[in-house]
Design a protein around this ligand. Structure first.
Ligand SMILES: C[S@@+](CC[C@H](N)C(=O)[O-])C[C@H]1O[C@@H](n2cnc3c(N)ncnc32)[C@H](O)[C@@H]1O
Length: 296
């Protein structure tokens, strides 16, 4: 949190876009530190987060515009308005993990859902019970980085002929029975649930689109901070930032067209302090990268 505030500390902000408003924790801190902000656009794809944020941010209600939507559509949300600061704090919130009826957590009994936006169609249950073995294998490999993705997908395709998977615990227990406990401390369902969540919410596509468009939405001298929670997200942010910072470099086939010039303010990502991780263990794998649009 402190590092995130530091990222914007020396800027005079006018309009700020918060793509992942959540309960409004970062928003409150940023609004307190920057009374000069005229408009704070708080976007979240989870409607219930916006309701809670509205309560928590009541003192600033005249400055805040709440947007229910995906930050990957930031260009539609901003309609050409350039902004001085953007924050994307990726992933799920503690609130979503703790609400068992949302189905994000394998340690709490709930429906196999995992939608951040409950008005969207695809659920984890749809994927587990209806996607082809090939598609399942791809998501477990690409989004869960599971070594035994193919074998696991095959076992799942067999098992669901006998039982439909409906709840988180039912699925997690079956997963553990197939994958075994292993030697690591990680619960065997961790990577499987990560893969499903990323697929249900098309998270990586959103991150790519969101970061690409956010860089383009900054005014000269404006800054984008992105907090990621696993290497799949961080790799996307790192790659787009690197390319925008070094447009003359020979990027070959990887080259992304249409990025504006930026200065990289974090050569290495910022990681949380020991104290922050002790106070909030869920922050332990987070990485913050900051970019500044050139031309101020
Ligand atoms: C880690 S939490 C953010 C917490 C927030 N910064 C705070 O201080 O309370 C992530 C939030 O981003 C939302 N989110 C994740 N991906 C999103 C996307 N592509 N578009 C909009 N919101 C998204 C989630 O619904 C969740 O509420």
């Amino acid at each position: 949190m402190q590092e995130c505030l530091d990222a914007f500390a020396d800027l005079r902000l006018d309009i700020f876009f918060d793509g992942t408003l959540g309960a409004g924790g970062h928003a409150k801190a940023i609004l307190e530190a920057h009374p000069e902000i005229v408009q704070y656009i708080g976007c979240d794809r989870d409607k219930s987060a916006l309701v809670l944020a509205a309560q928590n941010l009541d003192p600033w209600k005249d400055k805040i515009k709440f947007v229910h939507g995906n930050f990957s559509a930031i260009d539609d949300h901003l309609q050409g308005v350039e902004v001085g600061g953007i924050l994307l704090d990726l992933g799920v919130s503690s609130m979503q993990l703790d609400q068992k009826d949302r189905g994000f957590s394998f340690s709490k009994e709930g429906p196999l859902d995992m939608r951040m936006d409950t008005s969207s169609d695809l659920t984890a249950s749809d994927i587990v019970n209806t996607w082809s073995e090939d598609k399942l294998s791809q998501i477990f490999h690409n989004y869960g980085e599971m070594k035994n993705a193919r074998k696991f997908a095959k076992a799942l395709a067999e098992q669901r002929k006998k039982t439909k998977f409906e709840t988180t615990k039912q699925f997690a227990e079956w997963t553990a029975s197939v994958l075994g406990r292993g030697r690591k401390k990680l619960h065997p369902a961790t990577l499987v649930f990560q893969a499903l969540r990323i697929a249900v919410n098309a998270e990586l596509e959103s991150v790519w689109q969101g970061v690409f468009k956010a860089l383009n939405a900054l005014k000269p001298g404006g800054r984008l901070g992105v907090i990621s929670f696993h290497s799949l997200e961080d790799r996307i942010v790192k790659n787009l930032f690197r390319q925008a910072a070094r447009p003359d470099y020979e990027w070959g086939e990887e080259r992304v067209e249409g990025l504006p010039g930026i200065k990289l303010l974090t050569k290495k990502p910022i990681v949380p302090s020991y104290e922050e991780v002790r106070a909030n263990p869920r922050a332990r794998s987070s990485k913050l990268r900051i970019a500044e649009r050139l031309g101020a």
